[in-house]
Design a protein around this ligand. Sequence first.
Ligand SMILES: [Ca+2]
Ligand SMILES: [Ca+2]
Length: 572
Amino acid sequence: MEDSSLQLMFHGTKIAQANVIVNYPGVVLKTTTRIENPNFIILDLEISKDARPGNIPIVFEYQREILFSVDYQLKARADGSKDRMGFGKEDVIYLIMPDRFSNGDPGNDSVPGMLEAAHPSNPNGRHGGDIRGIRDKLDYIANLGVTAIWLNPVLENNMPVYSYHGYAVTDFYRVDPRFGDNESYKSLVDECHGKGLKVIMDMVFNHCGSNHWWLKDMPMESWIHRFPEFTRSNYRSETAMDPYASDFDRQKMLTGWFDRTMPDLNQHNEILASYLIQNSIWWVEFAGLDGIRMDTYPYSYKDFMAEWMQRVLKEYPNFRIVGETWQQKETHTAYWQAGSPVSGSYHSYLPSVTDFPMQYALKDAFNEQEGWTTGLARLYYVLAQDFIYPDPFSNVIFTDNHDLTRFYSAIGEDLNKFKMAMAFMLTARGIPVIYYGTEILMTGDKSNGDGFIRQDFSPGEWQSSVVSQQEEALEYLKTLLNWRKDSEVIHHGKLKQFIPQDGFYIYFRYDDEDAVMVIINKNKESKIPDLKRYQEVLKDYRGGKDIITGKVFILGEGLEVPAETAVVMELE
Ligand SMILES: [Ca+2]
Ligand SMILES: [Ca+2]
């Protein structure tokens, strides 16, 4: 590794009394740190470039007698590991909640020693989905035309109830046995790579699960944030940059617990900080990851997050991390992106942010009547503010996710609106995410509870009344996605938009060689847009082909766009 230091934490009854000896060529035990809990001892090792792969014996002795010895395996770094390319603008990400996607192994639904057993009829219970199930469906996923998968966290969540979502981690180094194990996760990544799919791991630094073994024997008082009585975060992460924020509000956002079962980790504790940083790098290296999605990004100390980013980028300069920056406004979102012009002296080093303002606009654009600031103008205004992002094309965009009302429900189960929104998301700027089941029009309203927006994916059990619409949606997305996969101009081209007018929203993606014209006709009747306005682009072209219908258009012959339809035209 580029960084030659390695910190190891050992836990055992009164282990701090032991003397520790490391004798291995190229490895030096620099410091042995004893912390306030005598059941912990922390070793700082220096691994020189000359150290060979093998087992490092770590010997614990007391009064000159050997108590025990532990072998730490030093592995060779995989060839090309440093140069791996993370996910990027050419990708579309498929988001999967592992417990709810596919149950490939009913034998692991309930596992002895794990507190929560499967209960598929309970919306908040575990339903049995697993890594085997995802591996079985990789052909389906690859055929959709997406190029990456992001799984909600797969690490152990040994909590008594409501553990399926994965965000209450109880062991940062172990895949939950109800999903599989570390090896099966690694196999999933290998198989994805074989099918041209990248893998993004969901990680959580802000909190752990209250059943994490740390909580039973706290390493240090400062390990987590504690209060005389339960204190919840206020979830106003805008306090991170609000110039008028009170210390009270900002502290509560940062240090309050995310939930009763989610103690807030103190990343200003240097040992914990090392633990989290090393853990993330270990997973990239062990599993062969292409990206990380970091949960609740603004809720961890931002100086620590910047340090983490720099450590990861030192090991993997082309790696990609997206931070979940759930902010209400564009400016607050842009604050978090590397090189932000609106972050003052703060440098995040974070390449990608989650674009929630775009999600709000996508929903409103198709639900609202057209107006100066409403309807399609919502999308126009979001894009018109892109100058505050150093790299808006790296924003991760989405119509919904595991925390939001399913998009098809949010737009009144209207297939035309659905298609227009998908066409926009897959051709405008950003790295799109498709939440599992979107392609078959899964519904679910968050106001009924999170279980209803995370229902079991069951394409085999389509309701006969809407099956034709589901098939139509699936075909529509497959066509767009598989075309996007090879469309260089969508991946890296520029964007030019024209003010929405007369129910039309028209924009172009273009570079020196190619251009794509996207026409969204929100009118309830078919209409011919007046193309005079677009001459600055169209003057170089004779016509084009709609990649969705295959229909050929000749410019100058009157381009009739059907009601409530998006045309995605490759210009020729
Ligand atoms: Ca299972
Ligand atoms: Ca926090």
